[in-house]
Ligand binder design. Structure first.
Ligand code: ADP
Length: 326
């Protein structure tokens, strides 16, 4: 029998579409199971300062379709210090919050792991990031919506690229992961993707050009992951201008528009399933795990696994892009 009477919920780090759907599902599932819910604003920052409000089912009405996060999000340096975390712990005791559900990316779950260990406090994490870079889950909340946004943007840029016979380098997000760039390239019919996972092994730009990737085409689009390892779209474009001056090169950085917008059906469903699963996990006495999905089944991934390992890119996708873009 679980002793958890009240749970706190927060979103932290970069926002992602579908975070609201997750907040809604966690809140309603907790209430369904007889718990009370407190919404904590601005991530770990609001936990320390006490920006906390009781949530009823109406507090999460009409939000499943909204991008961003109604709980707001923030980056919080104090939480990286033992003193900051102690303040956070004292606030949880004062507010009589027995367990936390945190929604965020790698940094958020790293903080959660340290805190949970330090104070032997129950936390369940949900993977909320467009980057899809958490190990142990096939997808993260927000990833598919961002992928759709990228696809729509690339479709538009393609019109100009074709009209002017240009080579476009389009930079997409992903931190140090190439999921958005690679799958974005496949979905939008781009000619290539430059991603950190393979940049370390070989010079992708040189390889692309040597293989004559533009032989049968006048215009081309290459998606570049924003990572320092790839050099970003600007870095790649500078190199191209110097080494291959025959190309008419342009750069577009998609930037923050990739984070926004109404979540697609897949992200709403994923967030709702994961939100319900977070409460099931706490009722099941699970501690310090991230909810993931593998082969469409809910799984519990220990924080240590989710954040410590680099999630591998599926090599088959590299070949798919190569073959489908000749
Ligand atoms: P994301 O969760 O999207 O990866 P960040 O990396 O900015 O975003 O992390 C969000 C917050 O998580 C940070 O502002 C900080 O409060 C907390 N955090 C990140 N890393 C740590 C850490 N090593 N120790 C404690 N807290 C951390």
């Amino acid at each position: 029998m679980s002793t958890i009477k009240c749970i706190g919920i927060l979103t932290s780090g970069g926002d992602a579409p579908g975070m609201n759907a997750a907040i809604r599902a966690v809140t309603r599932s907790a209430i369904y199971n007889g718990m009370s819910v407190k919404g904590i604003y601005r991530g770990y920052k609001g936990l320390i300062t006490g920006e906390i409000q009781e949530f009823k089912t109406q507090n999460v009405s009409n939000i499943i379709q909204r991008g961003g996060t109604i709980l707001k999000t923030a980056r919080c340096m104090e939480f990286k210090t033992p003193q900051g975390r102690e303040q956070a712990y004292n606030k949880l005791i004062e507010e009589e919050i027995d367990a936390l559900v945190v929604i965020g990316g790698d940094g958020t779950l790293t903080g959660a792991r340290i805190f949970a260990q330090e104070f032997n406090y129950p936390i369940v994490g949900l993977p909320g990031t467009i980057d899809n870079d958490l190990f142990g889950t096939d997808v993260t909340i927000g990833y598919d919506t961002a992928l759709n946004t990228i696809m729509e943007c690339v479709d538009k840029i393609r019109d100009t690229a074709t009209s002017h016979d240009r080579l476009f380098f389009i930079e997409v997000m992903g931190r140090d992961a190439g999921f958005l760039a690679l799958n974005g390239a496949i979905a939008s019919g781009a000619e290539a993707a430059i991603i950190p996972e393979t940049s370390l092994e070989k010079d992708q730009l040189a390889e692309m050009i040597e293989n004559g990737f533009r032989k049968s085409k006048n215009s081309s689009i290459v998606l570049v992951a924003e990572s320092e390892i790839t050099g970003g779209a600007m870095g790649i474009a500078e190199r191209t201008k110097k080494e291959y001056p025959q190309f008419d090169v342009r750069v577009t950085i998609l930037g923050h528009l990739q984070r926004g917008g109404s979540p697609c059906a897949q992200d709403r469903i994923l967030a709702t399933r994961m939100g319900v699963a977070a409460i099931d996990a706490l009722l099941d006495d699970q501690r310090n795990v991230m909810i993931g999905t593998q082969n469409d089944q809910i799984v519990y991934v220990p924080f240590s696994k989710a954040i410590k390992n680099d999630k591998p890119i599926n090599k088959e996708l590299l070949n798919t892009l190569r073959v489908s873009s000749i």
